[in-house]
Structure formats: structure tokens, C-alpha cells
Design a protein around this ligand. Structure first.
Ligand code: CO
Length: 134
């Protein structure tokens, strides 16, 4: 079942720098920068009352967001993340309905220590979608 909007991710060249204005300008809570080598990104989270903003910065040569930043040099919205109550059941239903799962379809551990999967933007109106086990 589709749950809460967990976060909106914005790809940038410098995640800490990008998050700064949310702290200084809005008084928002900013997380420390956390490297996620398995995902090829460094993340900084801004906490809002109802969701989060995830700034992602490339980590390593093979970063999956490197190409995105070549096309969007100033950064840009990269994906949205929805919570689901059962990620395996959601995956199987989505695939049955014709949605494509990126990678080999096996959930990986995401930024919050929970299993995540990414879904093809062509099947979601041009938006890259991440689903996270609630
Ligand atoms: Co994300």
C-alpha cells in the first residue's frame, strides 16, 4: 500500500552547502553528511514536519547521479520516495502492472537503514520513484 512521502531528493554538487540555506533561512534541522558508498552518493537530510529533503552529492567515479549533474549543473529534483508497508509485495504488484524496477529487483539498504528499490521514470510520468519499506 502507498504510504507517506518519505522524502524528495535533490541532486547537487555539494550537499552540505546546498542544505545550509534551509538551516540559516528556515531554521530547519540539518543532518550530518553521510556517505553511502553502495549507492554512490553522500546524503544530507533536511527534516520538515511532514517529510524530508534529501540532498545527494556524487560519491566516487561510478556515481549514478553524475550524469544527472552533467545535464543539470545547478542541481535539480532527482527522485521522490514513498513509503510502502511491504516492499516485496509492492514490487511484485508493480511489476505485474507493468512497472519496471531498476537494477536486479532486489531491495538494497537505503539512507535510513531500510530496504529500498527504484522504479523506472518512464513508468511514473517522468519522475524517478524510490520506494522504502516503512
Ligand atoms: Co532517496
Amino acid at each position: 500500500m502507498l504510504g507517506r512521502l518519505n522524502h524528495v531528493a535533490i541532486a547537487v554538487k555539494d550537499a552540505e552547502k546546498a542544505a545550509k540555506i534551509y538551516g540559516a533561512g528556515f531554521g530547519a534541522e540539518i543532518s550530518p553528511a553521510v556517505p553511502l558508498p553502495e549507492h554512490g552518493v553522500i546524503t544530507v537530510f533536511v527534516t520538515l514536519p511532514n517529510t524530508k529533503i534529501e540532498f545527494i552529492q556524487p560519491l566516487g567515479e561510478e556515481s549514478p547521479i553524475a550524469k544527472f549533474l552533467e545535464r543539470n549543473a545547478d542541481g535539480g529534483i532527482h527522485h521522490i520516495c514513498y513509503e510502502v508497508s511491504d516492499i516485496i509485495a509492492s514490487r511484485d504488484t508493480l511489476v505485474r502492472e507493468g512497472a519496471r524496477v531498476l537494477g536486479d529487483g532486489t531491495p538494497r539498504i537505503g539512507a535510513h537503514g531500510k530496504p529500498v528499490l527504484f522504479l523506472h521514470p518512464k513508468d511514473f510520468s517522468g519522475a524517478l520513484v524510490e520506494i522504502e519499506q516503512a
